[in-house]
Design a protein around this ligand. Structure first.
Ligand SMILES: [Mg+2]
Length: 223
């Protein structure tokens, strides 16, 4: 029974993340993609967004080798920006601690995010996301709903996706799972928690949404 959480805007904020993405691609291309090009991207995962920017520049699909190179460049930019003497992210501490409490209570909890996997691992570490929680970042050929389905594979329901943007709610609908919003940027009748919610608020919101849980599932092999 995976409870899946988005990261950016849901568990914390890394201000200027898309600036770093543009800079990372600029490191490789010698010229950054423009803000307008980034705005024209319709995907919500790095595989989709980097693929769209790649196609705009080269007029051809992005390969997995390109994606791996973009991932390394992005990670280098994030590591250079976020460190003890540099920038620090804003962590939504109560929600992050609440995820650990859900694990303690026997729930299966996953991080399912549109970040390239190594950047997701880096960000999750900086935010102090419990290391027992599997990280599932953006993989080739999968959109966000595909990532949620991958986390769900082999697990009995109920499932849940927690996110902060309309694309998160849309992906939850596509995957057929209920949605819990963080913040007020997603219109709809789903339940909402504020970013400053305490751990117990998250635990009780999940309990209200899903009821008693049947115990943890093993889930699929980690990606
Ligand atoms: Mg988000």
């Amino acid at each position: 029974m995976p409870l899946c959480f988005d990261l950016d805007g849901t568990l914390g904020q890394f201000g200027g993340g898309y600036v770093l993405l543009r800079k990372a691609l600029g490191d490789l291309w010698g010229q950054e993609p423009t803000v307008d090009q980034l705005r024209r991207c319709t995907g919500s995962t790095d595989w989709e967004i980097m693929g769209e920017l790649h196609a705009m520049r080269f007029g051809a699909p992005m390969s997995e080798a390109h994606y791996a190179a973009y991932e390394s460049a992005c990670l280098a930019r994030f590591e250079a920006a976020f460190h003890p003497q540099g920038h620090a992210p804003t962590a939504f501490r109560g929600l992050i601690d609440g995820m650990a409490r859900l694990v303690d209570a026997g729930r299966s909890v996953w991080l399912v995010s549109g970040n390239v996997p190594r950047v997701l691992a880096f960000k999750a570490g900086l935010l102090g996301v419990d290391p027992r929680i599997p990280r599932l970042g953006s993989l080739p050929r999968l959109d966000r709903a595909g990532l949620i389905r991958m986390a769900m594979a082999g697990c009995k329901g109920p499932h849940l996706y927690v996110g902060d943007r309309p694309h998160d709610r849309h992906a939850a609908e596509q995957a057929g799972v209920p949605f819990l919003g963080v913040g007020d940027m997603v219109p709809g009748d789903h339940p909402i928690l504020p970013p400053e919610a305490l751990a117990e608020h998250l635990v009780s919101a999940v309990g209200r949404l899903l009821g008693p849980h049947p115990g943890p599932c093993q889930g699929p092999a980690r990606a």
